[in-house]
Design a protein around this ligand. Structure first.
Ligand code: ATP
Ligand code: SF4
Ligand code: MG
Length: 333
């Protein structure tokens, strides 16, 4: 069966005075229709850049953009920018950008901003556009009259709901949400994740949910991909990643989250994230890894299978027959 989204060897490098930042450096994953994938990693690991590369929303200083993105088997990389804008953006894949709720235009009514993507689609009359926006407002849990309100009249959670309504205006197959809850307090965060869960089920919507907070993914996501230094270093089902994290970075990441460490003190991840201008040779995590051994500082690990559907870019899993023992012991023997 053809996957809804297949990303192959995606690369996005930025030019800066310090040199090229390899923000996305060979990222591959697939997503089926109606499923949700969490992209999780520390600040600066490349999560937003992965989304921008998929949506071809590229900053001016991009110097290396490569790889392939397939949507329902169609290679989007082969479309011209104009075709991509007309056929894909908003219509097939839409995005809730990081910080979007704070960049609503203060002098435009919320409703007019929600229907803006419909201007791509001349087949809607003004009245139809308003009706569509109002029913989407209801769907995301807001009163229809919000259409006529200005952004400053809405709370943070309401603004985020309105932005989600806007992302749905052209009935996309996939919505990418970049840190949609990070500016909200905990109870509002939970309301937004519940909303996304409901939309996923009701609309059979596929979701890429970007967050630095792995605990948030368990509510919405079916799968998690861990992003480190511009690469996906581990992926698997939510259950696999949360209960048997394989990559030492994922293990440290989970151990650092207070909410997931009931009864034990959260740990700090030692060292600092890699400099993406000159990432460490071999495994990018090796300067911080307590288990680093002979190949780690000079050979890049490929993805090794840990369990069916669960893979990690880590030399510890070179010999699959030992994977179970390593997971159980928390490190190499
Ligand atoms: P955060 O959690 O803080 O949002 P992120 O995982 O989304 O981080 P990105 O924003 O994708 O990370 O950034 C990846 C790397 O690329 C970082 O080192 C960042 O400083 C750098 N970067 C991002 N955008 C640009 C740009 N336009 N020009 C130069 N460097 C950039
Ligand atoms: Fe640690 Fe080596 Fe695995 Fe990298 S490859 S995470 S350095 S054990
Ligand atoms: Mg980001």
């Amino acid at each position: 069966m053809t996957a809804l989204l297949e990303v192959q060897d995606l690369r996005l490098h930025y030019s800066t005075l310090r040199g090229q930042i390899r923000a996305v450096d060979g990222v591959s994953f697939t997503l089926e229709g109606g499923e949700a994938l969490g992209l999780v990693g520390e600040s600066g690991s490349g999560k937003s850049s992965i989304a921008l590369a998929i949506l071809r929303s590229l900053p001016k200083n991009v110097v290396n953009y490569g790889g392939a993105v397939y949507l329902e088997g169609v290679n989007l990389t082969e479309l011209s920018n104009e075709e991509f804008r007309r056929k894909v953006r908003w219509r097939k894949i839409s995005m809730v950008f990081q910080g979007a709720m704070n960049s609503l235009n203060p002098v435009l009514k919320v409703g007019h901003q929600i229907i803006e993507p419909l201007s791509l689609d001349k087949s809607h009359s003004k009245q139809e556009a308003q009706q569509k926006a109002e029913s989407l407002l209801e769907m995301v849990g807001l009163p229809r009259e919000i259409f006529h309100r200005y952004p400053h009249e809405l709370s943070g959670g309401m603004k985020q709901r309105a932005i989600i309504a806007m992302a749905l205006i052209l009935d996309p197959l996939l919505v990418i949400l970049d840190e949609p809850t990070s500016a909200l307090d905990v109870s509002v965060q939970a309301q937004i994740t519940n909303l996304l869960k409901r939309l996923k089920a009701e609309l059979d919507l596929s979701i890429v949910f970007i967050t630095h907070d792995i605990a948030l993914t368990s509510d919405i996501c079916d799968y998690i991909a861990i992003v480190y230094g511009g690469r996906i270093v581990e992926h698997g089902s939510v259950e696999q990643i949360l209960s048997t994290p394989a990559h030492p970075y994922t293990q440290k990441l989970l151990a650092s989250i207070p909410r997931l460490q009931v009864g034990t003190k959260p740990e700090f991840i030692p060292g600092s994230p890699p400099d993406l201008v000159s990432p460490p040779p071999g495994c990018r995590f090796h300067p911080r890894c307590p288990f680093a051994f002979e190949p780690c500082d000079n050979l890049e690990p490929p993805l090794f299978e840990v369990q069916a559907g669960h893979e990690a870019e880590c030399w510890l899993y070179r010999d699959r027959s030992r994977a179970g023992d390593i997971l159980a012991s928390g490190g190499p023997s």
